[in-house]
Design a protein around this ligand. Structure first.
Ligand code: ZN
Length: 300
């Protein structure tokens, strides 16, 4: 069965077709420009595959995910120029008579990691995925469903206790200044130090400050949701950075709750090459085809 994936990021789009075993058959990527041009490129890509059965979209946001809203399928109030109030899903539905699943970018990645993690650990039923890159966000899958009813979670904007060596930094979130995203998103390196993150050695103290904040986010997620695994992806994350986060997490938790082996609890993605969202999309698209079939059963 041929399934379609759109990972719609604020910087680039990755479109792929693959099968229900999550194997990519073909993939393209291109920069995110205007909504008209960018969405049309995905349509042109998928039109080449006449046997496509379903598509799933994992989009940057904020997006409207309430199916009963008249804005369902829209990118809503986004700082991304030109994209506010874009009817993303509507344009796709006009182009394809197929089931199309619609969710946030981090939900797509969370689902991909959930699928991979449950394949190797049948007892796993709750997983949170954070991305720390240009922005910060997280999605949580619980028993195969996403958390978030009025909207998708916006964990990137939680408030944190400030690190004593970082009190002069105001943060870069246009809404809150020093929320999580305002303190640890990729562009904060340049705002703090004048240097890009990739040019700052992991021995620099700024990484300890970053780890202190990300560990607080992991702690709050742990205390609130109690997932079995927290996965960190995105351009800022590395195994060395995760080691610092685990250390800060253990200090903050101070033995209060057991999360098992920290190296298994706070981890890098299982999907290689930032592929979590594509795998998640294939799985979600496949799920849509199964739901379509069950809806077509009489008296089902
Ligand atoms: Zn914020």
């Amino acid at each position: 069965m041929l399934l379609g994936s759109i990972e719609a990021g604020g910087t680039k789009f990755v479109c792929a077709v693959g099968d229900e075993n999550y194997q990519v058959k073909e993939q393209i990527q291109y920069p995110t420009t205007s909504p008209e041009e960018t969405i049309q490129k995905s349509i042109d890509f998928f039109k080449r595959f006449t046997d496509l059965q379903a598509i799933s979209v994992a989009s940057f946001g904020p997006i409207e995910i309430r199916r009963n809203s008249k804005w369902y399928g829209y990118v809503t109030d986004t700082p991304k120029a030109g994209w506010s109030h874009t009817d993303f899903l509507g344009v796709l539905k006009a182009a394809f008579d197929l089931p199309i699943y619609w969710t946030s970018d981090v939900n797509g990645s969370a689902y991909g990691e959930y699928i991979l993690a449950t394949a190797s650990n049948a007892r796993l039923s709750a997983l949170t995925y954070y991305t720390i890159g240009t922005g910060v966000g997280a999605g949580t899958v619980l028993d195969g469903k996403f958390i978030g009813t009025l909207g998708h979670p916006e964990v990137g904007h939680v408030r944190l206790k400030r690190h004593p060596d970082d009190l002069d930094f105001k943060g870069i979130c246009p809404y809150h200044g020093d929320c999580l995203e305002g303190l640890v998103a990729g562009p904060t390196f340049e705002a703090r130090t004048g240097r890009k993150g990739q040019d700052i050695p992991l021995t620099d103290h700024v990484w300890d400050i970053m780890a202190y904040y990300v560990a607080q986010a992991a702690l709050q997620t742990t205390l609130h949701i109690r997932p079995q695994k927290i996965v960190f992806g995105g351009g800022v994350v590395s195994e060395t950075f995760l080691k610092k986060i685990r250390h800060e997490f253990a200090v903050l938790m101070n033995g209060y709750q057991d999360v098992g082996n920290l190296a298994d609890y706070i981890t890098m993605p299982l999907a290689p090459n930032n592929g979590s969202a594509t795998i998640g999309n294939f799985a979600l698209a496949y799920r849509e085809t199964k739901q379509l079939k069950s809806n077509q059963q009489p008296n089902a």
